[in-house]
Design a protein around this ligand. Structure first.
Ligand SMILES: [Mn+2]
Length: 360
């Protein structure tokens, strides 16, 4: 299996960064290029060399963890710009691609004033690399989803009428950590009754009543990688209309899962297929968000990164499948799994059942 560092070096060699070397500065891209998580550091990569600079807080762990890389400590009072200049001089780097998509304008200006190599924007090169996962990254994501599935299985029997959204959210977070989460990939969404028509609503002190949907959208971090899942359950018995809407969303979701594969145009051939299905059923205006998004180190990663093939979903990319129907002021349903795109279909990372469940 090719490490992310080797993939980054191949991309440099192939001219994908339009520079001889790259300066990796954001937490997310440093995690990608080194496999090491830290709040401070800079990674300078050329086709044949890899130098990571970090400070006293991380030096011991970084030295032990990062393979095929020189790891050096920043001395107190030194600036990253000065140390990067030293490294670039030694490696003969005259042109350095920088993360124009993550750096603040102030950081860019400060580097531009001090760095000796010419700075060129890396553009979409990082999102292109990160969209395609290697086996180690996929294993982290499978593990993250296993934790997420396990936490839901533990949570469901604890749900009782009279709980508030916030109580459900707290119980869920507790289970996620107990099941092995390193962190949360985002603050879980727990919305009930009429609040469930808010796709990204916030948990409140609202008490869940009988015959109401509760939508829970949540995920964890495992070794720096995200999971993401949504399930809608009913407290007590749903009405016939609620059941009908739920079954429609479930059919739409299965259609998305059956459709998903590498090489499809996201908007036309993936999102578009499910959107047409829900539109034909009369719920087009009630499905106002995208069918899916990329994910990995970040919970939302771009699927539109390849200028030669705009909008095409890559092999070994991970994408969510999350149709929903939202009836303002009444109720909403969303069901979400995440899949690994393969040439002839997809691997569903999400194992939690999704038949309409009556709880409480
Ligand atoms: Mn999602």
């Amino acid at each position: 299996m090719e490490s992310n560092l080797k993939r980054l070096q191949s991309a440099l060699r192939d001219g994908k960064f339009r520079a001889g070397a790259v300066l990796v500065t954001s937490h997310e891209n440093r995690l990608f290029s080194t496999g090491f998580s830290s709040t401070a550091g800079a990674h300078i990569v050329t086709p044949d060399a890899s130098v990571f600079l970090t400070d006293f807080r991380y030096i011991e762990a970084a030295t032990a963890a990062i393979a095929d890389t020189e790891v050096h400590m920043m001395e107190r009072g030194q600036t990253y710009a000065d140390r990067i200049n030293e490294v670039c001089r030694r490696l003969g780097v005259g042109e350095l691609a920088y993360e124009d998509t993550t750096m603040t304008v102030a950081e860019r200006d400060a580097f531009a004033a001090r760095l000796e190599p010419r700075m060129t924007p890396a553009g979409k090169a990082f999102s292109h690399l990160r969209a395609v996962k290697n086996e180690a990254e996929l294993e982290n994501m499978r593990r993250a989803q296993r934790i997420t599935d396990a936490a839901l299985a533990e949570l469901l029997p604890t749900l009782r009428l009279g709980m508030t959204e916030r109580e459900i959210q707290s119980e869920l977070i507790y289970r996620l950590y107990r099941c092995g989460a390193d962190g949360l990939s985002f603050d879980p969404i727990v919305v009930s009754g009429p609040n469930s028509s808010l796709p990204h609503g916030k948990a409140t002190d609202r008490v869940v009543g009988p015959g109401e949907f509760v939508t829970m959208d949540f995920g964890v971090l495992c070794r720096g990688y995200c999971s993401d899942m949504t399930r809608t359950v009913c407290f007590g018995e749903p009405t016939a209309e609620m059941r009908e809407v739920y079954e429609l969303v479930l059919r739409a979701q299965r259609l998305g899962l059956d459709t998903a594969r590498a090489g499809l145009h996201y908007a036309r051939e993936y999102d578009g297929v499910v959107r047409r299905f829900l539109t034909d059923a009369g719920f087009g205006p009630n499905f106002g968000h995208g069918l899916g998004h990329g994910l990995g180190i970040e919970i939302h990663e771009s699927l539109d990164f390849d200028d030669e093939h705009p909008g095409i979903m890559p092999e070994n990319g991970v994408v969510s499948c999350e149709p929903g129907i939202y009836l303002a002021g009444r109720f909403g349903v969303r069901i979400e799994d995440c899949v690994v795109l393969k040439r002839d279909g997809c691997e569903n990372l999400t194992k939690s059942p999704k038949e309409l469940l009556s709880v409480g």
